[in-house]
Design a protein around this ligand. Sequence first.
Ligand code: DX5
Ligand code: ZN
Length: 214
Amino acid sequence: MKFQLAPSILSCDFAQMAPSVEQMMQAGVAWIHFDVMDGQFVPPITFGDAMVRGLRKLGPTPFEAHLMTQTPESHFSAFRDAGCERIIFHAEATHHAHRLCGQLKEMGVGCGVAINPGTPVEALIPILPLLDVALVMTVNPGWGGQPFLPECLDKVRALRQLRPDLEIEVDGGIDLTTLPTAWEAGANVFVAGSYLMRGDSVAERIRELTEACA
Ligand code: DX5
Ligand code: ZN
């Protein structure tokens, strides 16, 4: 599977969002990852589709919305219309993940489902054929800068066995040490937030992470 980096904007300086995203785009990342939090599914509130719309004009890099929200389906159209090529919702946020995957496909949007550290991988098995990406959370959702939970990699291994062709994304605590362990386990899409923003140069950190799996 192709290595893909999906930097999260959550740890960016919100007063300097555009320059940070431009650096990510110029560094050639595969996705820009928008961490949408509604204060209900997780305690914090981050931003809505207006953030996507505002950054869309910066360049062609695909955008994915990670909806950490209740009733994710109520946000699908807004984030598609704002410029997201892919929408990832949480299995824990709905009784109807199968129906919502179908809805995204009908809308012509890439479809992803995320599972929290406390959710068994079995939650994804009935809908695996519908997914463009499976997102395995490697932290509990809601905040950047948390420690990586290595036990979540067992889910990555199980998913890779079940669907060798699937995009498998890991999200949370990704840095130069943890990324290779997730790559070895079978993940190929990596969300990094705080690690990129802690260094002197976003571009340099993106290069480091990319080379870690070269
Ligand atoms: C957490 C978000 C993650 C987070 C990653 O709820 O889904 O995308 O921003 O941040 P780091 O890389 O700092 O763990
Ligand atoms: Zn995320």
